[in-house]
Design a protein around this ligand. Structure first.
Ligand code: AMP
Ligand code: MG
Length: 334
């Protein structure tokens, strides 16, 4: 808690978790982020549900809180280009867009750097990352206080409309956020535009608060739409997800395995001879399992085992998204 003197006499948290976005509460929120908690905060588009992007378990809790049935990649919020360059590779075109629109409601998808310390789960296992520098003073003050990049999707349950008021966040996410910083209604109420600069041509992945025309003027060239580009390369995250699969064949709901197989275990499964054996969470914690999932898949695949045997994983909570990811990895390839 901020020291008592910092709050006006009688000032209480509304509905338990909504706090005024003043300097004291922002400092407190920054500490919460650093300790792995989730904080909802206003941006110029909609309210975001923020977590330390470098903390896999905090990121897993974002998916849990939103009740997402699959791991969609999340946007990472940064103060500016300096912080972004640690996480993503910026081509000259990407830099041109940041100069024109940052801070502001434009998200840029770029390849991840080798030195990026952002959790695999943020990118849902993809080799790319979505970055944006928000313009809202509270979002910026929180980024400065937390001194971490913030993974933050819209602060609403999966499938519900985005929240533009702190009260909507409270109603939708209940006690999932440790704190909701209230700075009144957000101004755009429309999500950021998302542009991919991963391939040779820039591709519009999502129209949003910055217009296509303005982006094209800044780029000095036409933006391909997702549909045009998808004939030559997978552009939408859904397509990308199905294209990313381990080289090894994956066997689901395995109870037995051979000594040459790689094993992806969960909970109290006994370790028996295998080429490699990784338990996502020996204590059976789905948050821990989600945080470890993508790194584990890569390690098992890198072992060179012909097959990966995955032991059963519960279907509730984050187990739904973990099972979804494993099912995609197990699906026959074309
Ligand atoms: P939201 O979670 O509502 O903030 O939406 C995030 C948007 O950014 C979605 O359209 C995602 O698909 C997109 N996105 C985030 N990361 C990536 C990525 N690495 N590649 C492609 N799209 C991404
Ligand atoms: Mg959303």
């Amino acid at each position: 808690m901020p020291n008592e003197g910092a709050r006006k006499p009688g000032e209480k948290l509304k509905q338990g978790r909504i706090a005024p976005a003043n300097a004291e509460w922002i400092a407190e929120a920054g500490q919460m982020i650093r300790s792995g908690a989730l904080v909802a905060f206003p941006t110029e588009t909609v309210y975001g549900l923020g977590a330390d992007a470098t903390n896999g378990e905090a990121v897993a809790r974002v998916f849990e809180a939103k009740g997402r049935p699959a791991f969609n990649p999340l946007i990472v919020h940064v103060l500016g280009l300096e912080q972004a360059l640690i996480i993503g590779e910026f081509s000259p075109l990407a830099r041109r867009l940041t100069e024109a629109f940052w801070p502001g409601p434009l998200t840029i998808v770029v390849p991840r750097t080798a030195k990026s310390d952002v959790s695999d789960l943020v990118s849902a296992g993809l080799p790319t990352v979505a970055l944006r520098s928000p313009d809202h003073p509270v979002a910026r003050a929180l980024l400065a206080a937390a001194q971490r990049p913030l993974a933050a999707p819209s602060a609403n349950r999966s499938g519900h409309v985005s929240a533009t008021h702190a009260e909507h966040v409270a109603a939708d996410l209940g006690d999932k956020a440790a704190l909701i910083l209230d700075a009144g209604p957000t101004s755009h109420g429309l999500e950021s535009a998302v542009v991919s600069l991963v391939g040779e041509t820039p591709v519009l992945l999502r129209p949003g608060a910055v217009t296509v025309e303005a982006i094209e003027v800044a780029l000095g060239e036409r933006l391909a739409r997702e549909t045009e580009a998808s004939s030559t390369r997978p552009a939408s995250p859904g397509q990308l997800l199905s294209h990313y699969a381990p080289r090894a064949a994956l066997r689901l709901n395995a109870y037995e395995w051979g000594p040459n197989e790689a094993v992806l275990a969960f909970g109290g499964v006994a370790e028996k001879p295998a080429r490699v054996f990784i338990n996502l969470s020996p204590s059976g914690d789905l948050v821990e399992a989600a945080a470890n999932l993508f790194a584990a898949l890569r390690m098992l695949d890198a072992s060179g085992a012909p097959t990966i045997a995955a032991t059963p994983i519960p279907k509730h909570g984050l187990g739904e998204a973990i099972n979804d990811r494993l099912k995609r990895a197990a699906a026959p390839r074309d």
